[in-house]
Design a protein around this ligand. Sequence first.
Ligand code: UT7
Length: 341
Amino acid sequence: MDNGKQNNFRPRYRARIKATGSFTPPDVLTNADLERMVDTSDEWITTRTGIKERRIASKEMSGVDMSVKAVEIALSDAGWAPEDVQLLIVGTVTPDYRLPSNSCVIQERMGLVNAGTMDIAAACAGFIHGLAIASAFIESGQLERIVVVGVEKLSSITNYKDRGTCILFGDGAGATAVERTEEDRGVLASFLKSDGRLGKLLWIPVGGTVAPYQEAMRNGGINNGEDCLAMNGSEVFKHAVRQMGDAALNVIKQANMTTEDINLVVPHQANIRIIEAVTKRLGVPDDRVFINIEKYGNTSSASVPLALDEARRSGRIKDGDNVLMIAFGGGLTWAAALVNW
Ligand code: UT7
């Protein structure tokens, strides 16, 4: 974790990402579809965000359903049986139920009988938070095999009457199998940070205990999507560019590297202009940045592990590569991890 200084501590164990998996639902929502729903255009969405289409889960398909498919692929690739998993960490802000947690439901569905479980509500930075926690458990020698998932059904909390947000979000899941190694590879550095003072720049006003859903319904109903994501886009944009850049530099410094040592940046896919601004500041050329935002939009917690899985399967990540992950989202939260693959 971040200590603000160069990290010369070399732990006996490191957390290595042994395998990845992902799943996106088959139904596609295109910019042309959105043109028929709100006052927008393919041209505006493409130039302002880089998004062309996103995947939307059917009413019957839940976040757990998507996670199970992603985890099955990761476990099979890792050669792990369900009972091998010692901890399941799930980043999500769109759980199937308020209780039990997604991680408990996934555990039951997949027979992860030996696993402890936890959900992380760090929005788009949720997966990297999970990876940092997994890494800490492994470095401390307590655990050997951990599954980290990022999953969202953002369509369930998107206001499809608000053109400022509905063009952005999509559904999906990504999973990683994280294993203990004694080699000097894996998660070399991580960084987690939040600023709760800025929480209402990106939030859901109704549905928690302060403004319960039932109370809002009694007081005249939910007429303006108050139970959906509300965002001050331009403010979030500014913070994202600054904090993602700082987080990246932090982990690069912790690992005693420079940006030239980074083989691939796998950023949170929120907006192509944010990615370009951050990587330009870091001095990383475009061919070392992985982008799939055009196909999926912003999938919050699922964004980084989904991109990681696609990058690995398409040969963009090779053994020994230094992979930099960075994310930023509601909370506000942000995080980075530097992994030697
Ligand atoms: O993953 C969590 C973190 N989230 C993010 O990182 C998202 C960060 N924010 C963004 O990506 C961008 O702020 C947006 C894509 C949401 C918006 O882009 P922007 O360049 O910041 O636009 P804006 O909100 O400043 O709006 C500019 C104009 C406004 O019109 P006026 O007031 O100038 O006449 C908006 O009403 O664009 C208008 N606008 C749209 N026009 C067509 C906003 N949304 C749309 C739309 N289609 N969908």
